[in-house]
Design a protein around this ligand. Sequence first.
Ligand code: PLP
Length: 389
Amino acid sequence: MIYLDAAATTPIRREVLEAMWPYLTGDFGNPSSHHTLGEAAAGALAAARKTTAAFLGCRAGDVTFTSGGTEADNLAIKGIALARQAADPMLDRVVISAIEHPAVEESARYLERFHGFSVDVVDVDAAGVVTPAALQGVLRPETALVSIMYANNEVGTVQPVRELAALARHHGIPFHTDAVQAAGSLPLNVKDLGVDALSLSGHKLGAPKGCGVLFVRGRLGIEPLIHGGGQERGRRSGTENIAGAVGVATALRLADAGDAAERAAGLAALRDGFIAAVQAAVPDAVLSGHPVHRLPGLASFCFPGTSGESLLLELERDGVVCSSGSACAAGSDAPSPVLLAMGISPEVAQTAVRFSFDSTVTPEELSTAARAVGAAVGRVRGLGDRLPN
Ligand code: PLP
């Protein structure tokens, strides 16, 4: 099988599992317990926090371990917006982009439904980019928070996060970014980026599903969503997932090891070769997303005259596993809101296929996959009128 769905999830890296193993077995203590086992767990948690903070370039106290990217996004958006509104009731608007992951969009909609907020959605251009001018157009004195993703999970477009965060800061508005897809291939130093909050997920970079991180700059207030024993400095109660925290921290350390920029450049070169091979096999394939500012391990195309779902079936028959959009939208027949927001018609959006990979992919796998794409498109087009709508 050629696995080209790394944006959906990745397998656990051996080093990560080995680092986690003691905390799943012998060192199983609860970090709140005052005995040796508890202290060992507390020590592991503190070390994981320190490693994560070193990766992000922040203070250890600014790191909260969560159950994944979705929880980190929920906590950031609801937690920051509600805390700001509690301090100043005038603050009743949040800004998100038109291409956010549902974890961000639905958190904002929750604030709208239950807390009287308005959600201002900033449009993207045809390449999926939020320009600083577009963001400027939706900022208001009542804006409590801006949340714009670092890199899009469906088309791979990378946002000008530094500029967008600087603009928000200029207006005194906290800026959150969902960096779930960026982690592992793009720089994530929160000082350089100038962001106030940032979400990560373990399973996109070789840690298990169900563990993630939220960075929130120290001075920023945040209302917890989960109440209880006050763990994670009161931001997220519940007995900590020590093995998960160790896993995500180890995966971040490995992502940072050696020359990360060189690895990303190598991956981008493989991606560009794959894009060229797909376009040679299917001359009318349309690459979606920004031509340059894009994730090094992601290429998404529309194949006019086909159906994305049928292509997935054909490709899997040939041993190539990929996705028709985001994993979260899988199983839904509705065209991707991300592609629609970029101005792609619903008919063409139905023909999208996303290929995503990390540096474990080989050039041979990518050329085999590109040939399989050519063959699959030919077969699906041959089905003609029998295609699902
Ligand atoms: N944000 C983005 C951009 C994602 O791609 C995903 C997962 O697909 C998430 C958030 C959710 O992360 P998790 O699966 O850890 O809840």
